[in-house]
Design a protein around this ligand. Structure first.
Ligand SMILES: Cc1cc2nc3c(=O)[nH]c(=O)nc-3n(C[C@H](O)[C@H](O)[C@H](O)COP(=O)(O)OP(=O)(O)OC[C@H]3O[C@@H](n4cnc5c(N)ncnc54)[C@H](O)[C@@H]3O)c2cc1C
Length: 559
């Protein structure tokens, strides 16, 4: 069935005769690790416009704590990094993508060091730590638990020093511009300049994730899934959108933002305890607190429901306070702001939506299904994470695929001799006669709905109900033409919420981060498959696709 979600090609009205025009070789959307890295690479040979909807460092990248995974330690190897990544992915990892990322990771870290990145040191070399699922010390960190800030500072300094990159801040990308040749740029809005059409020979989407769809989330306000929603409207194929990773330990204090308590804290020996102070993770997994994130998140949910208490806690009291404060200065300060002394108090925690594993389907060159459009970082589904992301693998993925997207977008731009020309494009959606709904109210309701019904534990009936509720809201929100970012973000969040719920309903199994109470894991499991999502003339299509084979896999029929 086609609904407004599937028939609104553009969210804003524009007309190539009247709207302002800007031209570039490569357009990069998003200034986090992926977008900045892509822009720097593209600028080696092309003119670049980098657009970001707030300040350049207002991105999930700045908030990253734990670190960056790369096989740099003595005794470690890309093969081991690859194997650890494959081991937690529930059979949905793309083997060649995992291999490429593990192999390219150390070179990306070396590039960052060359640009002046300051990662913590120990014993005359890089300090490496371990996180759940990594079988060796492999995670680099900067300023203790402020790795993302250390990383983004270096990248943005390089960006601002690069004469071929123009940065447009507080500029909101509303939609991708497309014609018969593929992607030709984007429709943007800036408070001062109004709507503008940015025409580009090639475009890189790096707009981050969609954590703000959930009531409980570690994500910054910018994470409203805009990239995925605009790609969907442009007919680009998405993949595995049901795979949302929930982080087990966000600081849980009513009314405060859900600050992440990094997995590295458990890596350094923290225990998860219930209200009676009993350590419960050994009951659930042999790796206890270092079990995969989905296992820990579900164990917390089970503990909360069986003990009927409101919280579980991280206990770090056995770790010397000075050592803890030195390693985790941000977390120590954050707790202190709420009167929690990590040396003597328990830290209240709960799971929260953390990372969008699925996204815009890309290949080994960061290409999407639409010509001249690339995607990288959290908005992309490269196939690295499979059904469950290993901690610290997303920053390295953002860098490796940011580099590839930038290089390939610049190469593609150089092959087109004619500059992009304002094509005969435009949109006129008439004003809607329907009642306007209060956007802030819808946003709250959507977040609660997603948390309850499309969260850590899901059920087919509830997923169907969720779809019906979102469709209802959509009739009153997708019919409007808004003129401010909060309107477009709300339309995007409803669009992405619907896609996540539909995908979760379609995947009738429990796999990795996707857990269905009505389809619990069992001995009988379908062969691993991806779930492609795309828009067709008849509406949203969800299509199972085969996972890329391991090179040693035997051809079908061979014994
Ligand atoms: C609290 C926290 C801790 C984390 N810790 C780690 C960690 O230790 N290690 C690890 O590997 N990963 C970690 N992650 C995940 C990791 O930080 C992100 O996956 C990664 O930084 C994503 O990078 P990105 O460049 O794809 O997106 P982001 O860094 O989120 O950047 C997205 C950019 O797109 C812009 N944008 C979005 N929509 C629009 C629009 N419509 N118009 C214009 N601009 C737009 C945003 O303004 C922003 O600049 C953490 C995440 C969080 C939230």
């Amino acid at each position: 069935m086609t609904t407004l979600f599937d028939s609104r090609r553009y969210l804003s009205n524009f007309d190539t005769g009247r709207t302002g025009h800007v031209f570039t070789d490569v357009l990069v959307i998003g200034s986090g690790a992926a977008g900045s890295r892509a822009a720097l690479e593209a600028a080696r040979t092309a003119d670049v416009i980098l657009i970001t909807k707030r300040e350049p460092d207002d991105a999930a990248t700045s908030w990253a704590q734990g670190g960056i995974a790369a096989a740099m330690g003595d005794g470690d190897s890309p093969e081991q990094h690859r194997d650890d990544t494959m081991a937690v992915g529930g059979g949905l990892n793309e083997w060649d993508v995992v291999e490429l990322t593990a192999r390219s990771g150390p070179a990306e870290v070396a590039q960052l060091l060359d640009w002046g990145a300051q990662f913590d040191q120990a014993g005359g070399g890089l300090a490496l730590t371990r996180e759940g699922g990594h079988r060796t010390d492999r995670v680099l960190h900067g300023h203790g638990d402020s790795t993302g800030r250390a990383l983004i500072q270096v990248l943005l300094q390089r960006v601002s020093a690069e004469p071929r990159i123009r940065v447009f801040t507080h500029c909101h990308v509303i939609d991708l511009l497309t014609d018969e040749s593929g992607c030709v740029g984007a429709v943007t809005y800036h408070k001062k300049f109004g709507h503008q059409l940015v025409w580009a020979r090639s475009t890189v989407l790096a707009g981050g994730g969609c954590g703000r769809l959930y009531r409980e989330t570690t994500n910054p306000e910018v994470a409203t899934g805009d990239s995925v929603a605009m790609a969907y409207r442009a007919g680009v194929t998405l993949r595995d959108m049901e795979m949302i990773q929930f982080h087990p330990t966000a600081l849980y204090i009513a009314g405060s933002s859900r600050a992440l308590i990094s997995e590295a804290v458990r890596g350094e020996g923290a225990h998860l305890v219930d209200r009676e102070g009993r350590r419960f993770m050994p009951d659930y997994h042999p790796d206890a607190e270092l079990a995969p994130r989905d296992v820990v998140s579900r164990a917390i949910v089970t503990t909360l429901t069986t003990t009927l208490v409101t919280g579980v806690y991280l206990d770090v009291r056995h770790i010397p306070k000075e050592k803890f404060a030195q390693r985790f200065p941000y977390i120590t300060n954050c707790c202190a702001e709420f009167g929690i002394d990590v040396g003597s108090d328990l830290i209240p925690v709960r799971p929260a939506a953390h990372y969008m594993i699925g996204g815009i389907r890309t290949d080994l060159d960061a290409r999407t299904s639409l010509a001249r459009l690339y995607a990288c970082g959290e908005c992309a589904s490269t196939g690295l994470h499979g059904a469950n992301r290993l901690g610290s693998n997303s920053l390295i993925e953002a860098l490796v695929f940011g580099q590839l997207a930038g290089a390939n977008a610049a190469r593609e731009a150089s092959t087109q001799h004619a500059p992009p020309r304002p094509a005969d494009l435009g949109n006129t959606t008439p004003p809607s006669p329907k009642t306007p709904l209060d956007l802030a109210d819808i946003a709250q309701s959507l977040r609660s709905l997603m948390w309850r019904n499309v969260g850590i534990e899901r059920h087919g009936d509830r997923l169907q109900e969720t779809l019906e509720i979102i469709e209802f809201w959509g009739r009153f929100v997708l019919d409007k033409v808004f003129n401010t970012p909060d309107g477009w973000e709300m339309q995007n969040m409803l669009t992405v919420g619907r896609i996540v719920a539909a995908s979760a309903g379609r995947r009738a199994e429990s796999c990795g981060a996707h857990y269905r109470l009505d389809q619990p894991p069992g001995p009988e499991r379908p062969a691993p498959y991806h779930l492609d999502v795309c828009l067709s003339d008849s509406g949203m299509i969800l299509k199972p696709e085969t996972v890329g084979a391991h090179p040693d896999a035997k051809p079908e029929g061979a014994s």
